[in-house]
Design a protein around this ligand. Sequence first.
Ligand code: F6R
Ligand code: MG
Ligand code: MG
Length: 385
Amino acid sequence: MAEERVTISVIKADIGSLAGHHKVHPDTILAASRVLVEAKKNGKIKSFYVTHVGDDLQLIMTHFKGVDNPEVHEIAWNAFKEATKVAKELGLYAAGQDLLSDAFSGNVRGMGPGVAEMEFVERPSEPVIVFMADKTEPGAFNLPLYRIFADPFNTAGLVIDPRMHDGFIFQVMDVYEGQVVELSLPEEMYDLLALIGTPSRYIIKRVFRKSDREIGAVVSSERLSLIAGRYVGKDDPVMIVRAQSGFPAVGEVLEPFSFPHLVAGWMRGSHHGPLMPVGLKDAKMTRFDGPPRVVALGFQIKNGELIGPADLFDDPAFDETRRLAQQITDYMRRHGPFMPHRLGPEEMEYTTLPEVLEKLKKRFKPADLGYKPHAKTGDSGEIHD
Ligand code: F6R
Ligand code: MG
Ligand code: MG
C-alpha cells in the first residue's frame, strides 16, 4: 500500500433524536449502519464506524477516493436519509432537521451535514483522534487547537521534538465572508490570536506541519444559519487530529480539554457554557439541554482500515474537569437570561428582540443624555447605529 493516499471522512447530521434533543435513537444508528455496510461490501469505502454524540449521528469512514468525493458524500447522504425515515416512523424529535435539501447534488457541504475530511499517505502506524461535540459551534475547537499546535506549555514536543520544532501553519476561515488565510506559528501568534478569539466568525479550519506541509488537523466549518439565512439547526462540530511521530502526542492532543472553556451554542444555540469532555456513555444532553459536551475517539488506521476506537475521555483523569464543568454550569445558569451566559444579540439562534423592539417602538422617548452618542464599532468592524 506504499504511497497510497487514504482519506478519513467524518460526516455528521442531526436527523432527529429521542426525548427532544437529548440523544440519537439506536434504530437510526442501525439504519445508517446498513447503508455503510452495503457501501463497504461494494468496495466504495474501506471501513466505517457509526456513533453519536447527543442528538448528532456521526459517520466515520475511510476510503481511497480523496476529500469531497461525490460517491462518498452520497453514501453519507443516503445513510442520513435512511436514518431520517426511521426517525419519522418513530416520531423522533426534529426528524430530518439538518438535511436542508431534498435532492443530493454531489457534495453534502452546504446541504446541512457537518464535514471534516483529510487525506494523507498512511504512516507505518497512524494514530488519529476524532472529536465530536454537541451544543456548540465549530469555533469551539479554536482554543484547544491553538494549545495543541502552538502552545509550548501544552505541547512539550514544540520545544523538544526536532520534527515539530519549526511550528505549524494555521488555516483560518472567515465564515462570514467565505475567505481563508494562512498564518505561520510561532511567528504570527499574536495575529492568529487576534482572529481566533472571535470563534463565531474566525474558525481554524486546518493545521499543517510547517516543515513538510503534512496535514495535522481539520475541523468542520459549516454554520447552518449562514447556509440557510435563518436558524434551522445546530453547527455541532467535528474535528480530526493526527497524533504522534512528529505530530503532538495523543496526551498533548487531549490535554487542552482538561480545561472546560466556555463555548457558544448551549440551549437554543443561544447560550455560553463550559465544554465538558465525556465518554460515549455520557454523550447525552440533559441539563439545560447540555452542558455542551465533547467525545474523543482514538483510532489507528492500518491499510486504510479503522482500528478501534478507544473512548479517550472515558477516564477518571478527566473527572476533575467534569466537576469543574459542573460548577461552571451552576455559575453560568444563575445568570438566567443575562449575558454573558446568553449570547450577544447578533449570535443568538432564537430571539424575540425584533418583535419586542417593534412593540415598544412608540414607547421609546428621547432621553436627556446631555451628549450625542457615537455609533458603536462591533467585533466585526462594522458600525452599528
Ligand atoms: C438543539 C438544541 C436545543 C434546542 C431547544 C429548543 O440542538 O440546542 O437546545 O434549541 O431544545 O428546541 P425546539 O425549538 O425544537 O423546541
Ligand atoms: Mg436536535
Ligand atoms: Mg446536536
